[in-house]
Write a protein that binds this ligand. Structure first.
Ligand code: ZN
Length: 160
């Protein structure tokens, strides 16, 4: 699987809810997991490989393989994580976004469609928020919390 880079239009497209669970979904998520590991990433959203369903893969706090499907925020901290985040679709670009919560609780389904609820902290909380933005077609490079002048520079650099 090829990881798409900005300004590929796939990255700006909102993803659709997953309704069918089975081997086909699992195979796609396995492919995303392999692509992510190969590039040394922590998370990868479906539209980063040109797929448009609401799912991402992430290495968990114990380095476990997490397949997160149809994620929904239950609650999150009002305290900012204040951590640098990168993106496999914008290699070499690292930003601190003040809107990222230091922890987040989400409901989601796994690749089998089982409902799960989990809290993520620190870097993993930031990763979850970053990947959920991807699923909305939103780029962290254009976050409103980035000073306008820098946002302009980033838009020009990445063709946004
Ligand atoms: Zn990303």
């Amino acid at each position: 699987m090829e990881i798409l880079k900005y300004p590929d239009p796939s990255l700006l497209k909102k993803c659709d809810e997953v309704t069918v669970f089975g081997t086909e979904l699992k195979t796609l998520l396995d492919g995303m997991w392999d692509a992510m590991l190969k590039r040394g990433g922590l998370g990868l959203a479906a539209n980063q490989v040109g797929l448009h369903f609401r799912a991402f893969v992430m290495g968990g706090p114990d380095s476990e393989k997490l397949y997160i499907v149809n994620p929904k925020v239950v609650k999150k901290s009002e305290i900012s994580a204040n951590l640098k985040e990168g993106c496999l679709s914008a290699p070499g670009e690292f930003l601190v976004l003040s809107e990222r919560s230091s922890w987040i609780q989400i409901d989601f389904q796994n690749e089998k469609g089982e409902m799960l609820r989990r809290v993520f902290q620190g870097l993993h909380a930031v990763c979850v928020q970053h990947e959920m933005d991807h699923l909305e077609g939103k780029s962290h490079l254009q976050s409103k919390s980035i000073p306008k002048a820098l946002r302009k520079v980033l838009a020009k650099k990445w063709g946004l």
